[in-house]
Design a protein around this ligand. Structure first.
Ligand SMILES: C[S@@+](CC[C@H](N)C(=O)[O-])C[C@H]1O[C@@H](n2cnc3c(N)ncnc32)[C@H](O)[C@@H]1O
Length: 349
């Protein structure tokens, strides 16, 4: 089962054939059941970066739960029969249509998980925090919706997300939310946990293209220090924040003073991806060894599937030559027609 965001709907066929899949059946608004010879192709192919989340399905029960008497009990017993002898760290169950306004499937997923946990050994039943999963250890993930129940065992890292379906919901309605980009960095930092630890509290970030400051405020809220640059101003609510230095200028002319060393660079600059990554590379000489880069790869004016892939390859080639190693790339829930790329600065560069 693969999940392709609706923002990529015009590329669905190319994505499905790109991972070597032969047939597809749509489930909910963003999921597809596909048949592949080699599930590893899903993550590794060019098309893999368009796939938010994936799960090898080992148990499926196509049915309409709303019309099925005793669905929760029957489904929980079936899950236990199928997976009772397998080894995994936790059980998490989500809904096939996470955007549904009707909460029926949200509570069904929660009730089904509750009942299934009663049937499994204590160790699994005690596992409550999604974030506490070991990203390398298999978890039993299930998704339920009006098309039925679909379950499989896979590590969060191979599935590409700690949550069933890959989405961590981040509220964007708080009165102090400056821009929706705040949710993007919050989700990116959560996703990062599957690959490495986040920079320690107090670490100094360099932020390129920061206005109006949604991401800046998220970083400051995590007790990071931020040097932010944009040719447009930041939201007034960030004025005088003790952890923030802001430069109203073009990134092209920015040069940090003295021996400033950053633990991380964040770039959400709009415009050509090649221009943006050139700025990141130039400024990465001020990044510590092992330092982190989070880069939004935007695709303005890039119309086709092939052009998006070419832009991605060009960015990764230029960063590799500069000693920045790509260790993860994904399409986050809060990404539009763009990807979030994660790099680490080589220890030797
Ligand atoms: C998508 S917005 C950033 C949103 C921001 N991350 C937030 O959290 O609110 C992109 C920003 O990049 C800035 N930008 C693009 N190229 C730039 C450059 N060369 N120098 C300075 N700012 C640049 C734009 O002015 C714009 O404010």
């Amino acid at each position: 089962m693969i999940r392709i965001s609706e923002v990529f709907s015009e590329f669905t066929n190319q994505i499905i054939t790109g991972i070597g899949a032969k047939s597809a059946r749509k489930l909910g608004s963003e999921y597809f059941l596909v048949r592949t010879n080699d599930p590893h192709e899903i993550q590794e192919s060019d098309a893999g970066k368009f796939i938010r989340w994936n799960l090898p399905i080992q148990h499926s029960w196509p049915c309409n739960p709303e019309q099925m008497e005793g669905f929760v009990e029957k489904a929980a017993q079936a899950i236990y029969r199928k997976f009772g002898k397998l080894t995994f760290q936790a059980i998490f169950i989500g809904q096939l249509d996470p955007g549904a306004s009707n909460r029926y499937y949200k509570s069904l997923a929660s009730n089904l998980r509750g009942r299934a946990l009663q049937l499994f050994p204590q160790k699994i039943a005690e596992f409550k925090e999604i974030e506490a999963q070991n990203s390398e250890v298999p978890t039993l993930f299930c998704l339920v919706g009006k098309e039925g129940l679909f379950c499989g065992v896979q590590s969060p890292k191979a599935a590409n997300g700690l949550y069933p379906g890959g989405t961590k919901y981040i509220s964007q309605s708080a009165p102090d939310t400056i821009s929706r980009a705040g949710a993007k960095i919050a989700e990116a930092l959560h996703y990062l946990l599957m690959h490495r630890s986040a920079p320690a509290k107090g670490s100094h970030w360099l932020e390129l293209g920061a206005s109006p400051g949604g991401m800046t405020s998220e970083l400051l809220g995590r007790d990071y220090k931020v040097t932010a640059i944009d040719r447009a101003p930041l939201d007034k609510r960030l004025d005088h924040h003790p952890g923030l230095r802001f430069f109203l200028s073009d990134v092209a002319t920015f040069e940090p003073k003295g021996r400033t060393n950053f633990k991380a660079i964040l770039s959400d600059m709009n415009g050509e991806a090649q221009d943006a990554i050139r700025h990141v590379i130039r400024l990465s000489k001020h990044l510590s060894h092992g330092g982190l880069v989070i880069f939004t790869l935007k695709t303005p004016g890039v119309a086709t599937f092939a052009e998006i892939n070419e832009s991605f390859v060009a960015v990764v080639q230029s960063t590799a030559a500069a000693g920045l190693r790509l260790f993860a790339r994904t399409h986050l829930t809060y990404n539009r027609l763009e990807f979030t790329l994660f790099f680490e600065k080589d220890s030797l560069s």
